[in-house]
Write a protein of this length. Structure first.
Length: 221
């Protein structure tokens, strides 16, 4: 499903975010990506949805070499990748419904299909009653659940989450983890970047450990 071959990402001679990373992640796996701030976690995830390109090395997603993709091909890649950001990246001028519908509308889906899928996604995260609210009218935990609904509404093959619980309290974090577990149970490949050791101690899965841009641990419980 996901393969990296000797991937390096440099931002200049003295700034290397990832160093010679090689790893393979199978379809349907749940993988934590851990490490201290600056370890390369966000860079790693960003390259998987082609927001960044490696300086050297190759990345394959479902057999397709995304490092060789042309710009016009990237939106098609992203149609099957859901992304959840730590800072949510919601459109504050739009309603909850419009935020979640955006990805489907970009794919040219029919209005009735968009409406049905958005409602289902919001129901899954327990926020179908907030359709017409604006993101800033909601709590941080609710905003994160909206961001997860937006990622799940496209029925992604891969779900990438970058520190999704970083700004949330323990109770909300557990609710968020249940949503990721449900997505994984449906067959979605989940990669979750976190520095919270308690998450993978409580919900043990494969752990990739990064340090200074290098893969220093690949542990399967």
């Amino acid at each position: 499903m996901i393969q990296l071959f000797n991937v390096t990402k440099s931002y200049g001679r003295d700034s290397v975010a990832l160093r010679e990373m090689s790893v393979q992640i199978e379809k349907g796996e749940f993988v934590y990506v851990t490490g201290p701030s600056g370890a390369g976690k966000s860079t790693f995830l960003s390259m998987l949805y082609a927001a960044l390109k490696p300086t050297r090395g190759q990345i394959l997603i479902n057999g397709a070499n995304i490092t060789r993709m042309r710009s016009r091909q990237i939106p098609f890649l992203r149609r099957k990748i859901g992304v959840v950001f730590q800072d949510f990246k919601l459109l504050n001028s739009r309603s909850v419904y419009e935020n979640v519908a955006f990805a489907l509308e970009a794919q040219g889906k029919k209005r009735y299909e968009v409406s049905k899928k958005v409602y289902q996604a919001l129901k899954e995260v327990g926020l179908e009653h907030r359709l017409q609210r604006r993101p800033l009218e909601l709590s941080g935990g609710e905003q994160q659940r909206i961001a997860i609904a937006r990622a799940l509404v496209v029925d992604p093959l891969i779900l990438l989450a970058d520190e999704p619980s970083g700004n949330l309290d323990q109770e909300v974090t557990l609710e968020i983890m249940e949503l990721f577990k449900r997505a994984h149970a449906r067959g979605t490949t989940v990669l979750l970047a976190t520095h919270d050791h308690s998450l993978y101690q409580r919900f043990p899965k494969r752990v990739l450990g990064l340090e200074g841009g290098r893969l220093v641990m690949d542990h399967v419980p």
